[in-house]
Design a protein around this ligand. Structure first.
Ligand code: 2BA
Length: 108
């Protein structure tokens, strides 16, 4: 068994989660924040059989778009971070995916 952890853009998270659910994968959505841009993103947890991981990755890849963001954000500057005029653009996403082995999963 595997645990797929996918960090996706907030704007893509609803469609990614609903496409996964439509194919009967079980998804938990967490509201998270990227440490670099300090803006919200969404982390999806999907527990699955090993054989389903390629399809899960395909769905995540298919519905996650890349975006350009200027860093640091106003939100980060609002927290007192200084960029000394070194503003530059970064490409975010589509998705960052980790696949972990699971020793046990139980439901009570
Ligand atoms: P953030 O940490 O806010 O990063 C947003 C984007 O900023 C990254 O996009 C990358 O293009 C750039 N970036 C991040 N750290 C950087 C650094 N130290 N120097 C220069 N540029 C940097 P993505 O790579 O697509 O990552 C999107 C979000 O996925 C990240 O948001 C973070 O929440 C998560 N993530 C990505 N890689 C991760 C990792 N290895 N471990 C944990 N979370 C990760």
């Amino acid at each position: 068994m595997k645990l797929v952890i996918a960090i996706v853009n907030n704007d893509d998270s609803a469609v990614v989660a609903s496409e996964l659910t439509r194919e009967n994968f079980i998804v938990t959505k967490l509201s998270t924040t990227g440490g670099f841009l300090m803006v919200g993103n969404t982390t999806l947890l999907i527990g699955s059989e090993d054989r389903d991981v390629p399809r899960i990755k395909e769905i995540i890849h298919g519905f996650s778009k890349t975006r350009k963001c200027v860093t640091p954000t106003d939100a980060a500057l609002g927290r007192g971070l200084m960029n000394n005029g070194m503003e530059h653009e970064v490409t975010v996403g589509g998705a960052t995916v980790f696949v972990l082995g699971v020793d046990e999963m139980e439901k009570y």
